[in-house]
Design a protein. Structure first.
Length: 293
C-alpha cells in the first residue's frame, strides 16, 4: 500500500501550491507543508522548492511524483480487485455525527442483503481538519458512509444515493431564553447570532443564507466552516448563541436543545460511495433501489 503522504504530495504537485492542496483536502496549508516535510525526511531527499509563485519540483521530486502516481493507481486497482474477491463484506462508516444505525436498520429490512453479505461497521472521527481524508477513503476503508453529504466538493469525487431528508432546525443552550419554546418563529432569531455552514459548498445552505440575507437581515449569520464536528456544538453552548443544525442531531450535545423553526428548509441525506464502485457495492445499490425510491 502507498504511504498516505505520497497522496498529499501528488495533490500539491497537481494543484501547484500548498494552499490549493489544503483547500482540496480541507486542512490548513501548514498541515500540508508539515506532511511534505515529513515525506522529505522519510525519503531523505528534497522534493520541492518553495517560490513566491508556488512550488517547483526538484529533479528527485519529479521522479518521486512520477512513481507515486503509478503506485497510487496500481494500489487502487489492486484494492478494487481484492474487494471483488471478498464480496461478502460491506463496510459502513460510523461516527458520532453520522452513526450507521439508520443504514443498519435499512440493511436488515432488505432480506437479500442480509442473506448474501456481512456488514462491518468501521468507526471514524468527526475531525474538522481530517474529515476530507475520511471521504477520500471511500472504496478503500469504507464502502458506504451515511449522512447529509450535499457538498459540491465531496460530490466532485463521490456519488450519493438519497434516502430521505432531514429537517433544518436550530440548536441552542438549555439556559437560553428561547429554550422554553417548543417551536421557534423566524422572528425569534432576530438579533441572535446564528452559527452556520459557510457559503460556497452546499447548495441548500447557500439558498438558506441568501433567503436570510434578503428577507431576514436581522439574523446575524456567522460562518463556522464547511463541516461540523463536536467543537462546533461546544462553541454554541460556550458562547450562548444559536446553531443551524439538523433534527437528526438533537441528542449530540447534552447541554443543547434542538428546536424546529417555522420554515420548510430541509437537507437531503443518503449513502455516499465511490464514483466507480466495486461490483459488490453496485449490487447492494441495486437491491437498495428496489426498496428506496
Amino acid at each position: 500500500m502507498y504511504n498516505p503522504l505520497l497522496k498529499t504530495f501528488v495533490y500539491v504537485v497537481e494543484l501547484g501550491s500548498f494552499s490549493k492542496a489544503a483547500q482540496k483536502m480541507y486542512i490548513t496549508p501548514a498541515s500540508v507543508m508539515k506532511q511534505i516535510n515529513a515525506l522529505e525526511e522519510h525519503l531523505h531527499v528534497k522534493l520541492v522548492n518553495r517560490t513566491h509563485r508556488g512550488i517547483k519540483l526538484t529533479e528527485q521530486g519529479q521522479k518521486v511524483y512520477d512513481e507515486a502516481k503509478i503506485l497510487i493507481e496500481n494500489s487502487d486497482d489492486f484494492l478494487n480487485k481484492i474487494q471483488e474477491k471478498t464480496f461478502s463484506i460491506i463496510r459502513i462508516g460510523s461516527s458520532f455525527l453520522n452513526p450507521a444505525k439508520e443504514f443498519i436498520d435499512l440493511w436488515h429490512s432488505i432480506p437479500t442483503l442480509a442473506q448474501h453479505y456481512k456488514l462491518r461497521v468501521v468507526p471514524y472521527e468527526d475531525d474538522h481538519d481530517k474529515i476530507m481524508e475520511v471521504y477520500q477513503s471511500l472504496g478503500t476503508k469504507f464502502d458506504f458512509l451515511i449522512g447529509a453529504f450535499n457538498s459540491s466538493q465531496i460530490l466532485s469525487f463521490a456519488s450519493c444515493k438519497q434516502l430521505g431528508t432531514y429537517d433544518v432546525c436550530v440548536a441552542l443552550p438549555r439556559s437560553h431564553p428561547l429554550a422554553k419554546k417548543k417551536k421557534l418563529a423566524i422572528t425569534d432569531l432576530y438579533n441572535e447570532k446564528l452559527l452556520c455552514v459557510s457559503s460556497g459548498d452546499c447548495l441548500n445552505i447557500d439558498d438558506f443564507r441568501k433567503d436570510m440575507q434578503i428577507f431576514y437581515p436581522q439574523i446575524v449569520l456567522e460562518d463556522v466552516g464547511y463541516f461540523y464536528d463536536l467543537d462546533t456544538f461546544n462553541r454554541c453552548e460556550e458562547e450562548g448563541c444559536l446553531l443551524l443544525t439538523l433534527d437528526v442531531w438533537d441528542n449530540i450535545h447534552p447541554s443543547l436543545i434542538t428546536l424546529p423553526v417555522d420554515w420548510s428548509y430541509q437537507m437531503p441525506y443518503g449513502l455516499l460511495y465511490q464514483k466507480h464502485p466495486s461490483k459488490q457495492v453496485e449490487e447492494c445499490l441495486k437491491e437498495i433501489d428496489k426498496y428506496v425510491k
